[in-house]
Design a protein around this ligand. Structure first.
Ligand code: AMP
Ligand code: TRP
Length: 326
């Protein structure tokens, strides 16, 4: 039996290179070896205000993004979280096993409640419990995510153990999967902060939908470190970040990139990096534009069926253990 991976992204707008390199690229690499489930987590997305029509559009577009990135729709399951109601149900049950201080310390909650001061809702606070439900419903072994999600995967592990202890063995205890170079892609305008779609400046990120001109401009204007040499080092956070992006897209080692730019300047390095990104995203966008809505809807319908049958079976076991009348 293959082990299982499960991961998800919120359909809340354009993805950027950080999402791709931190998460989706690893999904593509792992999908042959693992039984793979990739979710579009729209229940998570509504923890911040969404326009309903845009949310529906973004959900379809995120499915296309998964497919254009190389997720194999024959072998992997792609589905929309809200279409499998067991996620919300298990989330509720896990709520009753979660302590307030466990949620209080979550970095993402602290950040997002700073960002959305006018709407610090209970869902935002409870977000990691729903994420634990996503993961545990499918007996997930491995969760490929960026570094910012580690704390949440840790909670999923805690809740699995706690439930198993209280109600007997039920859930697999999952592990996070992280690739060092991609785990935290930093902002191009500020290498001290992670690349983020909610950044105040467009120069922070490269969206997967950016045009070649935009990509070249953003790379040219990316901040660099003092000094002139292209070094992969902790005291050169801006260049290190650019080398990481280059290495991951070019399937090379950061040290080899560093070596090949010995004695060369920032301008040449940036020109080459921009072309690597333009090439990569050109391919991605061509595939993306080739996928039609009808095919995506069919894929999601198949995914819903598979997700639902696994989740329903798990929930029968959970309801029995908790003591609900069946
Ligand atoms: P989000 O867009 O926050 O829903 O994130 C979707 C996935 O992308 C998660 O696995 C994140 O950990 C990952 N991710 C988001 N931003 C970055 C980043 N700057 N570097 C690496 N991974 C990221
Ligand atoms: N919380 C994740 C993020 O913000 C998205 C997510 C929801 C997720 N459920 C998940 C990731 C389950 C992995 C597994 O990026």
């Amino acid at each position: 039996m293959k082990k299982r991976i499960f991961s998800g992204i919120q359909p809340s707008g354009n993805l950027h290179l950080g999402n791709y390199l931190g998460a989706v690229k690893n999904w593509v690499a792992l999908q042959k070896e693992y039984d793979s489930i990739f979710c579009i987590v729209d229940l998570h997305a509504i923890t911040v205000p969404q326009n309903p029509e845009e949310l529906r559009r973004n959900t379809l577009e995120l499915a296309k993004t998964y497919i254009a990135s190389g997720i194999d729709t024959q072998s992997a399951t792609i589905f929309v979280q809200s279409q499998v109601s067991e996620h919300a149900e298990l989330g509720w049950i896990l709520n009753t096993l979660t302590k307030m201080p466990e949620l209080d310390k979550m970095t993402q909650f602290k950040d997002k409640s700073q960002e959305h001061r006018e709407n610090i809702n209970a869902g935002l606070f409870d977000y990691p419990v729903l994420m634990a439900a996503d993961i545990l419903l499918y007996d997930t072994n491995v969760v490929p995510v960026g570094e910012d999600q580690l704390q949440h995967v840790e909670l999923a592990r805690t809740l699995a153990r706690r439930f198993n202890h209280q109600f007997r063995e039920t859930f697999t205890v999952p592990e996070a999967f992280i690739v060092k170079e991609g785990m935290r892609i930093m902002g191009l305008d500020d290498p001290a902060k992670k690349m983020s779609k909610s950044a105040s400046s467009e120069l922070n990120y490269i969206a997967l939908t950016d045009s070649p001109e935009k990509i070249r401009e953003k790379v040219r204007r990316a901040v660099t470190d003092s000094g002139k040499s292209i070094r992969y080092a902790d005291d050169k956070p801006a260049i290190r970040n650019l080398i990481n992006i280059y290495a991951l897209l070019d399937n090379a080692k950061p040290e080899d990139i560093e070596q090949s730019y010995k004695g060369k300047g920032y301008a040449e390095f940036k020109n080459d990096l921009a072309e690597v990104i333009v090439d990569f995203l050109g391919n991605f966008q061509a595939k993306y534009n080739d996928i039609n809505d009808k095919d995506v809807l069919d894929i999601l319908e198949t995914g819903r069926g598979k997700g639902k049958s696994l989740a329903a079976k798990k929930m029968e076991d959970v309801r029995e253990k908790v003591g609900f009348l069946q």
